[in-house]
Design a protein around this ligand. Structure first.
Ligand code: UTP
Length: 457
């Protein structure tokens, strides 16, 4: 095996790795070999070559997708209620599992630790992970359901993530209800296609993108376990959105009633410059195109009223039917690779930290949408469901996400006639109310003013 790998490295002009390898001790060689064995060498250099040779191709036959808009008419409201009932019955029948992808590197946020351990809630400073677990506990209780909570980690953050849950006693969900699996990794390359040696005997690697989640779910054996246990769909979200409504019954119901294989929640794009993927239709198939891959003509196109024509921004909240995921499995999850060109800090072989231009290859989970027989999309309100934490400051920062949570809970209180003084922080635990309807039923205080930080559980 060692010989074959070294031959391959020669073939792909990776002499810097071969020379370095030869000078390593026996243990170090073993370590370096474990990196080299962990990926398909031919594939990675093929992907690199493809990106070197790709000329910009513009996508053709694009049109707006058909999307269920926010409800306006009594008919719309009736349809939503029908969907809610259906979704609730799916949860009750133990057909719904939840997957949170948390394998990313969080480079832009620059937070030291897995993103899910970031403290975010306005009053109690709960972590993202705790907020999600509390939602799953609350939904399971409400519907007397068994909802497996599945978390995807990466090789980089798996141990820390698991230790965090253990140290916090799994936030009360019970260890037996939570599952972890690791996503795949790919080597990071220099722009001219060289593997990067890290420290003495490692290679720089990156997680293979959220598109790796469905493949890794299958590889871990969890997909088959879910199917065997009678689960039909998996609700998918990303670890960075504290406003996500996990296993939203309306969404689940629409997915089922429209017999879709993949469903997506979308929000109106803030403006033509917002860095968000766009949900649209290409050649008769729904798809999401990352903002950086979509021609500016489409990104900035307006309709006859002057509104954004391709208005639907991706929230990365999906439902996947499990038989569809299984079918993708039999096709080898043939998702296209994307290339992120970044500058990153790497501890080099002499121990110094160096800034290196790199190419990272990833697949995106939304590239499964055009592979589905049927896809469904629904508009939701951004201020209620989408406030991702991506950057340290400004747009999509922890500060903004916390503000958005606070504003949402304030609105619930104000709708019940409660006065909330300016500057006061409010937080309502999912364990108290999962949504406004539940809050409205439970909260019976009247004519009060909230003058200091306020928390309900
Ligand atoms: P992003 O693409 O925003 O990446 O991932 P990120 O890791 O959070 O941040 P940057 O780009 O390095 O700054 C969106 C979601 O997908 C997950 C992330 O954990 C986040 O929840 N993700 C991303 C994975 O689970 N694996 C990946 O390989 C990439």
């Amino acid at each position: 095996m060692e010989k074959i790998i070294l031959e391959k490295l020669k073939f792909y002009n990776q002499y810097h790795v071969i020379d370095h390898y030869k000078a390593l001790t026996k243990d170090e060689k073993q370590n370096m070999m474990s990196y080299l064995k962990s990926f398909d060498i031919d594939l990675i250099f093929k992907i690199h070559k493809d990106f070197l040779n790709t000329k910009e191709t513009s996508l053709k036959n694009i049109s707006p997708a058909s999307i269920v808009p926010l409800p306006e008419t009594p008919e719309d409201i009736k349809n939503r209620e029908m969907a809610r009932k259906k979704g609730e019955s799916l949860i009750q029948n133990n057909e719904v599992a939840v997957l949170i992808v948390a394998g990313g590197q969080g480079t832009r946020l620059g937070y030291d630790g897995p993103k899910g351990t970031l403290r975010i809630s306005p009053v109690k400073q709960k972590t993202l992970f705790q907020l999600f677990v509390e939602q799953v506990i609350a939904i399971s209780r409400r519907f007397s359901a068994k909802i497996p909570l599945i978390i995807m980690t990466s090789y980089e953050n798996d141990e820390e993530t698991k230790a965090f849950f253990k140290d916090n006693d799994f936030f009360g969900i019970g260890e037996e209800n939570i599952y972890f699996f690791k996503q795949g990794m790919l080597p990071t390359l220099t722009p001219d296609g060289k593997l990067i040696i890290k420290e003495r005997a490692q290679l720089a690697m990156n997680p293979d993108g959220h598109g790796g989640s469905l493949k890794a779910l299958s590889k871990s054996g969890l997909l088959d376990k879910l199917l065997k246990d009678g689960y039909k769909v998996i609700f998918y979200c990303q670890v960075d959105n504290p406003l996500v409504k996990i296993a939203d019954p309306v969404f689940l119901g629409y997915h089922n009633l429209t017999r879709s294989e993949v469903s997506t929640k979308v929000v109106r794009r803030r403006n033509v410059d917002e860095k968000v993927g766009v949900y649209l239709n290409i050649n008769g198939k729904d798809a999401i195109i990352e903002y950086s891959d979509l021609d500016p003509t489409y990104m900035t196109a307006l309709d006859e009223k002057g509104n954004i024509l391709y208005w639907a921004g991706n929230t990365a909240i999906h439902i996947f039917s499990l038989p569809f995921v299984k079918r993708l499995n039999s096709h080898g999850y043939g998702l296209p690779y994307h290339c992120a060109r970044k500058t990153t800090e790497i501890k080099t072989k002499d121990g110094s930290i160096s800034s290196v231009d790199v190419w990272k290859f990833e697949t995106f989970v939304f590239d499964t949408i055009p592979l589905a027989e049927r896809a469904f999309a629904i508009e939701v309100k951004r201020e209620e469901e989408f406030s991702p934490v991506k950057n340290m400051t400004g747009n999509d920062s922890p500060e903004n996400a916390q503000k958005d949570m606070c504003t949402l809970f304030k609105r619930w209180l104000e709708a019940k006639g409660i006065r909330v003084m300016p500057g006061v922080k409010v937080e309502i635990s999912p364990l108290y109310a999962l949504d406004f309807q539940e809050f409205e039923m439970k909260f019976d205080k009247k004519n009060i003013s909230i003058t200091g930080n306020f928390y309900l559980e």
